[in-house]
Design a protein around this ligand. Structure first.
Ligand SMILES: Cc1cc2nc3c(=O)[nH]c(=O)nc-3n(C[C@H](O)[C@H](O)[C@H](O)COP(=O)(O)O)c2cc1C
Length: 345
């Protein structure tokens, strides 16, 4: 069992990563239903939340079926972050996570996200302010350091634990790497093996198959893993990993019917929660993996990402089921898209 504050998770929990415009309640629900043990909201601006921006407030919504859920905040000002943490408290997630990992220029410029990796005392103050202002367990998600020359995660982990965080997730890249190269988990293992560290340490970065999850579990000894991109349009990654960890065998992959059914369910929940326009847009990132491996699917997929009418989208999904029902999709490693390829540093 892994314990985060008073939350009890199974051994070696599988976490759904916070992902902007992806990790919304409908997506979190389908991931939970397919084996995610703990899910996170996308990052929420503490400033936006305080100013009561409608978009930010909606980001606090949690569906009962997805729990346990962590709400993730970012911000570079102690008092404002602490105030935002108080607002989060009222909405009663299971935990509050602070984002010290986002590499995007606009966020870093506010002294938030991975920007604080260059200012550990500020990072500590921000964390302490949050811990003191909320009754929720506080966790942190961050990267190895700012750049290759300043990988300070070992120091960061100790100092954040000292001010009261209850778990730490580490993405095995530096800020300057964005998503380039392969995630390096060796430093994550060092943090985990530090005898001073007693909180759970979760590894993150590039897990895209059950085999890789087991290999990294054994090699790096982390307490659990967080999965981001591989779950987009493929929520079954969680159950596949769990089954493989328990049996050493790959369970049956989702059938075409299951893929279409879950995709339609996610669409239905998105429409209900976000409305017909945003609900349709929010699903567009998901179709690629839901339908990957079906021969001749490209034209259907192009229609799915251009149509705006929910009825027409549902009709296309029905057409796909009619044509491909029973087709066995060959299992292949999930492609991990580099979302920040053109992001300015
Ligand atoms: C589209 C997208 C949005 C993201 N948004 C967030 C975010 O809001 N907060 C955060 O901490 N990380 C965010 N990340 C980073 C992921 O949580 C994760 O650390 C990263 O994708 C590496 O894990 P993976 O290789 O399993 O995808 C985002 C990643 C992607 C691809």
């Amino acid at each position: 069992m892994v314990q985060i504050g008073n939350i009890q998770l199974p051994d070696f929990p599988l976490l759904l990563a916070p992902m902007e415009d992806v990790s919304d309640p409908p997506f979190r629900v389908v991931c939970k239903a397919n084996g995610a043990d703990l899910v996170f909201t996308e990052f929420i601006s503490s400033e936006g939340l305080i100013r009561d921006a409608i978009r930010c407030r909606r980001k606090l919504d949690i569906f009962e079926e997805e729990r346990p859920t962590g709400i993730q905040l970012f911000g570079g000002d102690e008092a404002r972050l602490a105030l935002a943490a108080k607002i989060v408290d009222v909405t009663q997630p299971e935990l509050l996570d602070i984002n010290f990992g986002c590499p995007v220029k606009g966020i870093v410029a506010q002294g938030a996200g991975s920007g604080v990796l260059r200012d550990v005392p500020l990072m500590v103050r921000l964390t302490e302010a949050c811990v003191k202002s909320t009754s929720l367990p506080v966790t942190v998600k961050t990267r190895l350091g700012w750049d290759d020359a300043s990988k300070n995660i070992e120091e960061v982990a100790e100092r954040l634990q000292d001010v009261g965080i209850k778990a730490l997730t580490i993405h095995g890249r530096t800020r300057c790497q964005l998503y380039k190269g392969e995630a390096d988990w060796s430093l994550i293992a060092k943090v985990k093996n530090n005898p001073r560290i007693h909180i759970p340490v979760f590894g993150n970065g590039d897990i895209n198959s059950a085999q890789k999850a087991l290999e990294y579990k054994n090699r790096y000894g982390v307490d659990g893993i967080m999965i981001g991109r591989a779950a987009i349009g493929y929520p079954w990654i969680f159950r596949e990993i769990r089954h493989y960890l328990q049996t050493g065998e790959m369970g049956a992959p989702p059938t075409v019917r299951e893929r279409i059914t879950v995709c339609k369910e996610q669409l239905r929940k998105s429409l209900q929660w976000k409305g017909p326009v945003a609900g349709v847009y929010s699903m567009r990132k998901q179709y690629f993996q839901y339908l990957k491996g079906l021969p001749g699917i490209k034209d259907y997929r192009s229609r799915l990402v251009t149509l705006t009418s929910p009825d027409e989208i549902n009709n296309v999904l029905d057409e796909i089921l009619l044509r491909y029902e029973g087709f066995e999709i060959e299992r292949a490693p999930i492609e991990l898209v580099n979302y920040h390829e053109n992001c300015p540093l």
